[in-house]
Design a protein around this ligand. Structure first.
Ligand code: BGC
Length: 886
């Protein structure tokens, strides 16, 4: 009997965003070395180097066949939150996975082992530099190994379908070719050092709203030509060892059990022989998911596999062959990453290397995108001594987006500090306005009774705080996400006192916020101030948490206030217990704190701008506004116009105003026409501040180009009528036309076009030459174009080649990116940009033929500095139509 997703009780695993979660899995805190969490004793192990015998595939198949059915089904589900199961008696070690795309976080979600924080996906993509992406992969391999992991859960290659996608920052681009090529380089770098890449999320996961239940309705051409394309390119070019399925459904069927995408396309047409793993909690059936090829369920869960899968085999609902195939794929990954190294896993460690720091800083300048620079306001000139640094993001670490891509960085560099570090300048600072989505975390004001910075967590067995605490843990953060780090048995029922004291810096009526995952009560100086024991209103974030509730308390500067949060891990809202079939699950809470505002921030900023030679306004979003788990509600800068008012006010006070916008996706810039200089600052990881200062002062020349179109208004974007869907369905109604494909077809001028990005120098394009005017099915056509640095400083230019199909049977976008080359030039120097095209550059998917086709006719090659700035044209011909599958 087929199990449809709707006919079953959902898997009690987790949806970390909390909005439509039906359950959760147990967490397993295995090891927290070097983290901000105090240590619990745990066994851990030595990581193996990579070994990859030639006959590894055959060996894995043979080994799979020798296992008992019990052993086989035991391998089909993870052992804990991050690891596969080991069968030591059969010489099978476990592999350990780690998030994620811009750093290897290790086994603790929040405040774990410190790690290198790279620029986020879209910032990496803005470099358009495949060589650098390869370097990123190599450095990430070392970082992954330092976390004692073997498999990195990256890269993320879902496309930017619309500007509001919560995880757009984490993925590369709106364009499948750019995404695929960058992913392939990253994967080659990573796997070249023996760490498995896990390309994700396969497929159709372009939004976070209802991500576990949303049905992405996608036509076959957009599915093939856009959303599957980055996976196809990466598999062809770099063969990632693992693929992660997405949470959503695709045209009515969940991704983990989707015959067309997993069996027919991935395994069949593309001949993929690696491992397919589920997203965390993304398995939706016992039988179909295994049959269709989702080999391993992550993380551990009692619901779908193990004994249930064994029973399905015994009942004849599931074939032994299907089980064995999945096991062979799992063993193949084990073989590729660990061989038969059974030595114990080593503790996670830090590995903060100067060469990684340098790479991250270089990636910064290569990705910073100069959107506008009227009158060469940038770089800031030596004579401009007085600099007013203004804005809510100027004195904060805006280093990454939120969710599984986040980690605990080795360090942060703040724009203000890095600007101040440039010699010979007088720097003033004003915040200008607030933008927080939730009250800022209380952590920096918190100390425990023993005087340590942070919070003490006293864990009791059972949910009633009885007896004496079983474990006392110390944390520095008041974002007390506990799913993967409760120092008790994974399935425990527990209760916990979270104790700390806040020492105010000023006297006033200050605000405290509290939200809780399970039942929670917050006491201030012994008095119950917030009772969320039976909360029913779910918040947006907080991984299944309640809404954030605020209250005010009168406090005196320097006089500590005692806070105790009493929480346990009973499921809330209580009504959810039936759906998840569990009474206890995760727990945790978040404590925020903010002191009363007594200044006029806007006026301060205006005064500072007036007194300065130049004003640098650093605005944008942050990891609370842009995160896994939810989408943005608006393209406007938060909050309620405060940042736009700030920019306008500063601009009126000082015409030499430079705006830096830090975000992982487009924002509305109602002031863009009037501000002379705008830098798109992305989230640039641990070197964000230094990289920005390098560019502001012309120490480095920025060379980023937009990997995504910045529209003028949200209403202009292609998904406007179909976002985020209704009744759990989202129709990809714009079909083939996302990003620049849409803006061009509709003749809607964007604010900044795809591929756009300026430099402190200028580039002159020469006349293109073409190696052949005919493209055959196995041939290549190379377009070469000389590019001269016609300005006065060293710079790099990304030359882009778009294909325009003059005539085709089925409609096609006006132009599609099919090649790019980045050339670095000293002033006066000329170099050739080389753009190589082949059959994949001209093909589209014909749904009647069920194949890719290169149609007879002429193809124009549009060579440009952006999708909207075409500098030269040439063309070639396909003499006779031909088709192919992969
Ligand atoms: C995310 C994945 C991530 C996994 C493990 C999921 O919620 O969608 O991208 O790798 O969690 O943290």
């Amino acid at each position: 009997m087929a199990e449809t997703p709707d006919s079953r009780v959902r898997d009690p695993v987790f949806d970390k965003n909390g909005e439509d979660s039906d359950g959760s899995s147990s967490a397993n805190s295995n090891n927290t070395p070097n983290s901000e969490i105090s240590q619990s004793d745990s066994p851990i192990s030595k990581n193996a180097g990579s070994r990859f015998p030639v006959d590894a595939r055959a060996k894995s198949r043979r080994l799979a066949a020798t296992l008992t059915l019990e052993e086989q089904v035991s391998l089909l589900v993870a052992a804990d939150f991050w690891r596969s199961k080991a069968i030591p008696e059969k010489g099978i070690p476990a592999f350990k996975t780690s998030d994620g795309p811009n750093g290897a976080r290790g086994a603790i979600f929040k405040a774990g082992t410190k790690a290198a924080l790279f620029p986020c996906g879209i910032s990496l993509a803005a470099t358009w530099n495949t060589k650098l992406l390869h370097d990123v992969g190599q450095h990430l391999a070392d970082e992954t190994r330092a976390r004692s992991a073997d498999v990195l859960l990256a890269p993320t290659v879902c496309l930017h379908r619309g500007p509001l996608g919560g995880r757009n920052f984490e993925s590369f681009s709106e364009d499948p070719y750019l995404t695929g090529k960058l992913a392939a380089s990253y994967i080659k770098g990573l796997q070249g050092k023996g760490i498995a890449a896990t390309i994700k999320h396969f497929v159709g996961n372009e939004q976070e709203t209802h991500r576990m239940k949303i049905d992405s309705i996608i036509g076959e051409r957009p599915l093939r030509e856009l959303y599957l394309k980055p996976f196809e390119i990466a598999i062809r070019d770099s063969n990632p060892w693992a693929v992660m399925t997405s949470y959503n459904l695709i045209n009515g069927v969940h991704a983990d059990m989707h015959n067309q995408t997993l069996q027919k396309i991935l395994r069949g047409e593309w001949g993929y022989d690696g491992l397919v793993m589920s997203d965390w909690g993304g398995v939706n059936s016992i039988v179909e998911s295994i049959v269709e090829g989702c080999d391993i369920e992550m993380p551990t869960s009692p619901n779908w596999r193990g004994e249930k899968a064994r029973q399905a085999v015994l009942d004849g609902r599931l074939s032994k062959e299907a089980v064995e195939k999945a096991v062979a794929n799992i063993l193949y990954l084990v073989e590729r990453t660990k061989g038969s190294d059974m030595s114990a896993e080593l503790p996670e460690r830090e590995d903060d290397r100067p060469e990684t720091r340098k790479l991250i800083r270089d990636l910064g300048a290569e990705g910073l995108t100069l959107l506008k620079n009227e009158g060469n306001v940038l770089p800031i000139k030596p004579a401009q001594k007085k600099i007013a640094v203004i804005g809510p993001n100027a004195n904060r670490a805006i280093a990454g987006g939120g969710g599984s891509a986040s980690l605990n960085p080795y360090y942060n560099t703040l724009p203000l500090d890095s600007i101040k570090a440039v010699p010979g300048r007088e720097v003033t600072y004003s915040v200008g306005c607030h933008t927080y989505k939730w009250l800022p975390l209380a952590a920096e004001y918190c100390t425990t009774a023993s005087g340590e910075a942070g919070v003490s967590l006293e864990f009791y067995i059972g949910d009633k705080f009885e007896g004496s605490p079983k474990v006392i843990q110390h944390r520095t953060n008041t974002d007390l996400f506990l799913w993967d780090s409760v120092p008790l048995e994974a399935t425990s029922v527990w209760s916990c006192h979270c104790k700390t004291q806040i020492t105010p810096r000023t006297s006033g009526r200050h605000t405290i916020s509290f939200s809780s995952v399970g039942p929670g009560r917050l006491y201030v100086n012994g008095k119950l101030m917030m009772d969320l024991w039976d909360w029913t209103e779910q918040g947006e974030a907080m991984f299944d948490g309640s809404k954030d509730f605020l209250f005010d308390v009168d406090m005196k500067a320097g006089v500590p206030v005692e806070l105790v949060a009493k929480i346990n891990n009973e499921v809330r809202p209580a009504s959810r217990q039936k759906t998840v079939n569990l009474t206890h699950q995760n727990g945790g809470c978040r404590i925020g704190y903010k002191e009363e505002d007594k200044q006029d921030y806007l006026q301060e900023a205006v005064d500072a701008a007036k007194a300065a030679d130049v004003a640098v306004v650093i605005v944008g979003l942050d990891e609370e506004w842009e995160s896994e788990g939810y989408d943005r509600q608006t393209m406007d800068l938060p909050k309620d116009g405060s940042q736009d008012r700030l920019v306008e006010a500063v601009l009126s006070a000082n015409p030499k105003t430079i705006v830096v916008n830090q975000s992982g996706s487009p924002v509305t810039m109602p002031w863009a026409d009037r501000v002379p200089a705008i830098i798109q600052g992305w989230y640039q990881g641990q070197e964000a501040g230094n990289a920005l200062a390098d560019v502001l002062f012309g120490i480095k020349n920025p060379s980023g180009k937009l990997p995504t179109t910045f529209p003028k208004r949200l209403q202009d974007n292609p998904t406007y009528h179909n976002w985020p869907g209704e009744n759990m369905k989202v129709v990809y109604g714009e079909g083939l036309y996302i990003g620049y494909r849409h803006y061009e077809r509709m003749a809607i001028a964007p604010l900044f076009a795809f591929g756009h990005g300026l430099s402190y120098t200028t580039f002159t394009y020469g006349k293109p030459s073409i190696s052949s005017t005919v493209l055959s099915s196995s041939g290549k056509v190379t377009v070469t174009i000389p590019v001269m640095n016609s300005g006065s400083v060293i710079g790099a230019e990304t030359v882009q080649a778009y294909i325009h199909d003059e005539k085709s049977r089925l409609p096609r976008p006006e132009k599609e990116l099919q090649a790019f080359d980045k050339v670095r030039l000293v002033p006066g120097e000329t170099k050739d940009a080389v753009l190589v095209l082949d059959k994949f550059s001209v093909g589209y998917y014909d749904t009647d033929l069920k194949a890719w086709i290169a149609e007879v006719g002429v193809f124009e090659v549009l060579v440009g500095a952006s999708s909207a700035d075409i500098r030269a044209k040439t063309s070639f011909e396909v003499k006779e139509s031909f088709t192919w599958i992969f």
